[in-house]
Ligand binder design. Structure first.
Ligand code: PMV
Length: 349
């Protein structure tokens, strides 16, 4: 019967960083070497949907990703389950009667789906872990600093726990309790801001972010310089630009930060290449477009993959999309550039 199964379904959107996280100081707790800042997309765009069911009849925890059963014993998944159950125990020891509804010994079945390519550098793990932690917290009725739990699934996931403009404070503590996400401004703060995702390739990335950033920490002196001497000031400038809705500063900082992140990848030994020829042509196109208008109207950013994410303002979207279509006619050759207009605010599709 369904009566002895309780389940909850939630969705969480991806976030796209404008000041990138790259490099950990603690691998187990996932503590970063620098703070970062991102924009969380709309719920109805790129997102994960997760259902978690709980029953006394389940014999073990299990997980299905995009319909395929995966290994539940992955350490990061186990960290999230352990931390959530720790919160349940804490609540129970506070004699909260609600905690008795579900036994701690109950096992969970997790079913998670993304509506976009997994592991193509489109922040799938961020949405996935944010969604998992949030769904578990609803099912088990726990509250607390959930971003520190999502962080232990995938670093960037902590930023998807909030909407709008979100910073992840690197924190100073060894136990990670101050390495939390915080909303800088809600998405309603900047209604004209738009995000376009230009899907250059939906293939899995050759070097995952975990392995990539560790090699960078071990070998790149540029990364150390970036974390210590560049990011702190850039975080302040970025927050100011967002507060003032100053697109030209926001866009310029976003592009410089993406470029510096990819420069640290090149400075890694052996080097890591996430951008491809199409990515570089998109970069060139954006600069030519801005130069034409003598102002920064569009900005690109790239994560651990070749897909471009474009930030722009509503009045420029249709023209820029036309320009992209002109230079990258869709479905013409092997390296075609699919495009998808992702609207960040207000205009829900
Ligand atoms: O959270 P991870 O391990 O998937 O790392 C994400 C790293 C970048 O996407 C490249 C940058 C970021 O801040 O999101």
């Amino acid at each position: 019967t369904t009566q002895d199964i309780i389940f909850v379904t939630c969705t969480a959107p991806v976030n796209i960083a404008v000041v990138k996280y790259w490099g950990k100081r603690d691998e187990d707790l996932i503590l970063p070497i620098n703070s970062s800042l991102s924009v969380t997309l709309h719920q109805d765009q790129l997102k994960s949907t997760t259902t978690v069911a709980c029953s006394a009849r389940f014999k073990e925890d299990r997980i299905w990703l995009n319909g395929k059963e995966e290994n539940i014993n992955q350490p990061r998944l186990q960290s999230c389950l352990r931390e959530i159950r720790r919160l349940v125990r804490k609540r129970r020891s506070n004699r909260d009667p609600g905690a008795d509804v579900l036994s701690l010994s109950h096992k969970v079945h997790i079913c998670s789906e993304n509506n976009f390519p997994t592991a193509a550098g489109l922040a799938s793990s961020a949405a996935g872990y944010a969604c998992l932690v949030y769904t578990l917290s609803r099912l088990l009725s726990v509250e607390g600093e959930l971003s520190t739990i999502a962080r232990q699934g995938s670093g960037s996931a902590c930023r998807s726990m909030y909407g709008g403009f979100v910073q992840w404070h690197m924190g100073m503590r060894a136990d990670g309790k101050d390495s939390v996400a915080e909303q800088v401004e809600p998405e309603s703060h900047w209604p004209e801001l738009r995000v376009l995702v230009l899907v250059v390739s939906a293939e899995r990335k050759p070097v995952g972010s975990t392995a990539g950033m560790q090699t960078s920490v071990d070998t790149s002196s540029l990364l150390k310089h970036r974390a210590e001497a560049v990011v702190p000031g850039r975080m302040d400038e970025m927050i100011q630009a967002i507060r003032k809705r100053d697109f030209s500063t926001f866009g310029e900082l976003t592009m410089k930060d993406s470029n510096q992140f990819h420069a640290t990848c090149l400075d890694t030994y052996p080097p890591i290449f996430y951008l491809n020829d199409v990515s570089r042509r998109v970069i060139g196109l954006v600069h030519r477009y801005n130069r034409h208008y003598r102002e920064t109207r569009v900005a690109y950013t790239f994560d651990a993959g070749p897909n471009a994410v474009i930030y722009t303002l509503q009045p420029y979207v249709s023209e820029f999309v036309q320009v992209v279509k002109h230079f990258f006619p869709p479905e013409t050759n092997g390296e075609e550039l699919f495009y998808q207009v992702i609207k960040l605010c207000c205009e829900r599709s």
